[in-house]
Design a protein around this ligand. Sequence first.
Ligand SMILES: Cc1ncc(COP(=O)(O)O)c(C=O)c1O
Length: 398
Amino acid sequence: MFAACLHRVPALAMSDFSLPFALPDIGEEEIAEVVDSLRSGWISTGPKVQAFEQRFAEFLGGDVHTVAVNSATGGMHLALEAVGLQPGDEVITTTFTFTATAEVIRYFGADPVLVDIDPGTLCIDPRAVEAKLSARTRGILPVHYGGLACDMESLQRIASSRELFLIEDAAHALPTRADGELVGALDTTAAVFSFYATKPLATGEGGMVATRDPDLAARVRTMRLHGMSRDAFDRYVSDVPAWRYDIVAPGYKYNMTDVAASMGLHQLAKAARFAARRTEIAEAYDDGLVGLPLELPPRPRGLSTHAWHLYVIRLDRQAPVTRDRFIELMSERGIGCSVHYVPLHLHSYWRDRYKLSEDEFPAAQATFECCVSLPIYTRMSNDDVARVIDATRAILGQ
Ligand SMILES: Cc1ncc(COP(=O)(O)O)c(C=O)c1O
């Protein structure tokens, strides 16, 4: 089967970690669909991207427009372009995130105003958002951290009272419900999902912009491919010759490929099953880690749900080892752990550019110092889950 392979790569599962921190769950269906695309000749944006967008919109339900892109970073860039972000504008976001959330604001010469998290959710604290509103504030960019929905009711109230845009970084949030409604179908400006290799729905690289605003969707669609009036598939199926298109703006190159969409179609069909398995693992951890000197992850409240992209524990001060030592000891047992995140205010660019100090972000700082992300993914067996629990119990010594 590998005879024609020029660069055969060992499976990631065979790395130094016998239980890696994350692994995508790619089945034979995804592989067959990718091969079908390769054989068809449609290896860039074509019919499968169109089908994936359509199924994703159906999955979210309601009146949602979806535009597939090559990353959540690109998708957030396009959403901010579509709302007309300008140099000098301010966008309020969380310090407790990956740098992509804030860097896309800088692409415009606008300023991310970083604020602290609510320790009860690890998501952006709406009171901190209110405290940072200024005449320059144009919008809010919250992150559904780890897959748990932000306090969307408060954020929507703040945004609508000040006519701000509200673009959700939904990189972790598939599927997540906020007060019963699926993220992606909420009454916000847009939500942007990531399909990066470790995300709950993985296409290697990829993302989706979901919005109720048809004009915003149309702008994102045009700008994801050079500002062309027609994309490759449209030019192929239309009666108008393929070479006849107009450039309506200086756009970007953020289109998704049919190879990625091939994976996305099958991953999406499994999304509910994947979410159920992640929830099962989270519940097993909750039960297995009880009584240890640590805080379990925040739980969803009311009608909200958790996608369990991350399972983040916080070690107590009384824990017998530091956070860093805990990760080392897990690693010695072949178990991969991680930290989400080193908050943005501790990274040299953000700290120096905005003269940030850790005292401004007490909750994010305290969380960072003691947080560990345990492995949580659908390819983990019950034995793997038990192994993580046993190792944690052994290290934390109770
Ligand atoms: C919170 C958050 N936002 C944005 C991104 C960027 O996603 P992508 O890699 O699809 O651009 C990530 C990726 O890890 C993320 O964790």
